[in-house]
Design a protein around this ligand. Structure first.
Ligand SMILES: NC(=O)c1ccc[n+]([C@@H]2O[C@H](COP(=O)([O-])OP(=O)(O)OC[C@H]3O[C@@H](n4cnc5c(N)ncnc54)[C@H](OP(=O)(O)O)[C@@H]3O)[C@@H](O)[C@H]2O)c1
Length: 339
């Protein structure tokens, strides 16, 4: 089968198409014929090698972690799916790539695709859906009426997180460039700050939750908008000691992460806020919950651009520019069945 693989660390130059054997499945896995694979910024980051201490990959490795497709084979212990089911899944951090014609997906990571979404739309969801869900519903325990600040509202995460925060009853503020102001308003943002013209920290006050999505000085700036007892959940680091503990890392790594996150944790404490780093995990049952909301049109996919499989590298390069409005998706098969 055709797959897009990372041959060795060092960036996009080391990514190329390869012919690989079709994966064989373990008892708890389903073999999925992939129709579409969502791209995420982490795909480009992994290729550089900077995630090596966190994600152990056996190279060459098939890239990608979001997929939608059809089950073509079942492991002997699989109970929730049958051959022919349309599914979507995140295989992030499971050592399974999705930019391939077939992927062996652990049953626990997959969910039935909502009927009203086509495969491209479904493949756009897993990473951003699970990350937003785990940030708001699990980590921050976002309550109706609370105020949440989601910087970069137009991106893959932002375009889903705004919708989910609204669904949970929160009031949402976001930042975006001038051309995307109407776009994020349509997603449900109550307070939109055009970062080309205004500084968000001069306008926002007493926010209960911040979902940190931007690197650089943005995280520290966002401390100025939080109130007492607020929670800052960061998707972009720095990783903290709790993260090292959760991943069973050794004492040295725990110490390094403690050092890296020490400053932001201290600054947050001064504002009577808490800081934590979130690293998304695949979860088919959570994805099924998200799927129910999608099926009922309480949430919707936002797809910026679709690239054919042969142009997957161009898709990764486009995403790396950091200007996507919603998600970038690769379409694998030429004859995708109707949704
Ligand atoms: N820890 C985890 O588990 C986890 C999970 C998922 C994602 N992430 C990380 O979260 C980050 C966001 O991911 P993503 O998928 O949303 O990325 P993305 O889709 O590439 O984000 C692109 C968006 O960022 C906006 N943007 C860029 N600079 C901005 C600025 N200064 N202020 C406001 N908006 C700005 C752009 O809007 P404009 O064109 O309007 O500027 C664009 O729409 C990435 O670093 C990703 O790796 C982490």
């Amino acid at each position: 089968m055709k797959a897009l693989v990372l041959k060795r660390y060092g960036g996009a130059n080391n990514v190329e198409f390869a012919d690989l054997p079709r994966p064989t499945i373990k008892p708890d896995e389903i073999l999925v014929q992939v129709y579409a694979a969502g791209l995420n910024p982490v795909d480009n980051i992994i290729a550089t090698g900077s995630f090596k201490p966190i994600i152990k990959l056996q190279l060459p490795a098939t890239m990608g972690s979001d997929l939608a497709g059809v089950v073509v084979e079942l492991g002997s212990a699989v109970t929730r799916f049958k051959v022919g089911d349309a599914v979507f899944a995140s295989t992030f951090d499971l050592g399974v790539g999705t930019l391939a014609e077939y992927a062996a997906v652990p049953e626990h990571a997959a969910a039935l695709k909502p009927d009203n979404l086509d495969f491209v739309q479904a493949a756009s969801i897993p990473m951003v859906g699970l990350t937003s869900w785990q940030a708001f519903a699990e980590r921050a325990r976002l309550q109706p009426g609370q105020k949440v600040f989601i910087p970069a509202g137009a991106g893959g995460i932002g375009s889903f997180a705004i919708q989910l925060a609204k669904l949970l009853g929160a009031k949402v503020a976001t930042t975006t460039s001038t051309g995307n102001v109407d776009f994020v308003r349509q997603l449900g943002a109550d307070e939109v700050i055009d970062y080309k013209k205004q500084e968000f920290e001069e306008l926002l006050r007493d926010y209960d939750v911040v979902l940190a999505t931007l690197r650089g000085g943005e995280l520290e700036r966002s401390l100025q908008v939080v109130g007492t007892g607020s929670k800052i959940v960061s998707l972009v680091g720095p990783p903290d000691a709790a993260f090292a503990q959760q991943r069973g890392m050794n004492f040295a790594m725990k110490f390094v992460f403690e050092l890296l996150s020490g400053k932001i944790i201290r600054l947050a404490k001064r504002r009577k806020a808490s800081y934590s780093f979130l690293f998304v995990r695949p979860d088919g049952r959570q994805l099924a919950n998200i799927g129910d909301h999608l099926a009922a049109s309480r949430l919707r996919p936002v797809v910026d651009t679709v690239f054919p499989f042969a142009q997957a590298k161009e898709g990764l390069a486009y995403l790396a520019q950091g200007r996507a409005k919603g998600k970038v998706v690769v379409q694998m098969a030429t004859s995708v069945p109707e949704a």
